[in-house]
Ligand binder design. Structure first.
Ligand code: MRU
Length: 345
């Protein structure tokens, strides 16, 4: 089952807010519903957000009443702005929208053909994501040794992508390759993507794991009970700094302190060569309620002041390697990323 698909003008996605209690699909019949689903994290994870935005734009083309190509492009521009404003950090969102708009403008077609072409292009983006993840899983699994215990943060599995996943894809692949591994799953406060989604996914694949509170990772690393860390990324700057789920930075620092390699896994579509370093990456600040409440239950006093950055930036000096579908990138990251991205172009 894919996290997101489109058939006959309906986008269906797994409702990630309901897992692990219920596995339900949500149907979006217009682009505003897709934008809402990205914003409220019905669908989340950088590559899945990118695919959702592409399908959203395909729906926008379908629902437009435009009589000419130019009118349709105007309607697409308006929809694109709404989709783009949903979440600021995961650059896959902007990448997918840019690709769809560039594709639309390049088509010299009538309204009907342009609508069909955009649906096909969105489908291509989704299909490519699966293929990309398959390649990353192979590269990343090679970094995992028999007997490793790996700390994983947030959710980077099939649910965070169209299928397979990024960092968790590598871990699942290593398990499939017959390596005896164990995963320490960070619960990932405040939204508990680790506890709710990663633990559930690893159970589906039969990968041995232990769920831990985020604060426990230092304990395991210092005692030598974990050998490696694997995380995903929402945006990587040109110098190799990685923006990922809040708490990633703290984990990377403790990993380095204890000599544990720290790997970040992402498709090249997550690499933003326009930003010189991680300080330029926009960080999403989310609703205070995500911190003051758990599953609707209030856990903090009324009126308490809350900070809720959804991501942090890990400077590249803490990162052992970046794993992409084009191979593994090590320091010096700036030079090696430039080479990798030039080759990708
Ligand atoms: O806020 P989320 O759940 O969308 O954040 C997801 C992450 O931070 C993942 O680690 C990241 O998107 C990479 S996963 C493919």
């Amino acid at each position: 089952m894919r996290t997101i698909e489109m058939h006959d003008g309906v986008v269906k996605m797994v409702d990630q807010r309901k897992l692990p209690r219920q596995l339900e699909m949500v149907e979006c019949r217009d682009y505003r519903a897709v934008a809402h689903a990205i914003k409220d994290m019905t669908i989340r994870g950088a590559p899945a957000i990118g695919a959702a935005a592409a399908f959203g734009l395909a729906l926008a083309a379908r629902e437009s009443c435009a009589a000419s190509r130019d009118e349709l492009l105007r309607d697409l521009d308006a929809a694109e702005k709404i989709l783009r404003a949903t979440r600021p950090t995961a650059v896959n969102l902007m990448w997918a929208l840019d690709r769809m708009m560039k594709f639309a403008r390049a088509q010299n077609a009538g309204v009907g053909d342009l609508r069909d072409a955009l649906a096909s292009e969105a489908q291509r983006i989704a299909d490519e994501d699966v293929e990309t993840n398959r390649k990353m899983a192979q590269f990343g699994a090679a970094l995992i040794d028999d007997g490793d215990t790996i700390i994983h943060h947030c959710n980077t599995g099939p649910l965070a992508t169209v299928d397979i996943g990024t960092a968790l894809g590598c871990i699942i692949q290593a398990h499939r390759d017959g390596k005896k591994i164990h995963v320490l799953v960070d619960e990932t406060r405040p939204r508990l993507q680790g506890a709710r989604l990663t633990a559930w996914e690893l159970q589906q694949y039969g990968v041995p794991m232990t769920l831990i509170a985020d604060n426990a990772s230092g304990y395991y690393l210092r005692k030598g009970l974990a050998q490696k860390c694997f995380v995903g990324a929402d945006r990587v700057a040109a110098n190799g700094d990685v923006a990922n789920k809040i708490g990633t930075y703290k984990l990377a620092v403790v990993a380095k302190e204890n000599g544990a390699p720290f790997y970040a896994v992402m498709p090249t579509t997550t690499i933003d060569m326009t930003l010189a370093d991680g300080d330029a990456i926009p960080i999403e600040e989310r609703d205070a309620r995500e911190v003051t409440h758990i599953e609707g239950m209030q856990i903090a006093p009324d009126g308490v002041r809350v900070g809720n950055p959804a991501f942090d930036v890990t400077p590249h000096k803490y990162i052992t390697a970046l794993v992409t579908e084009r191979g593994i990138v090590r320091a010096p990251f700036k030079e090696n990323l430039l080479r990798l991205m030039d080759a990708a172009d």
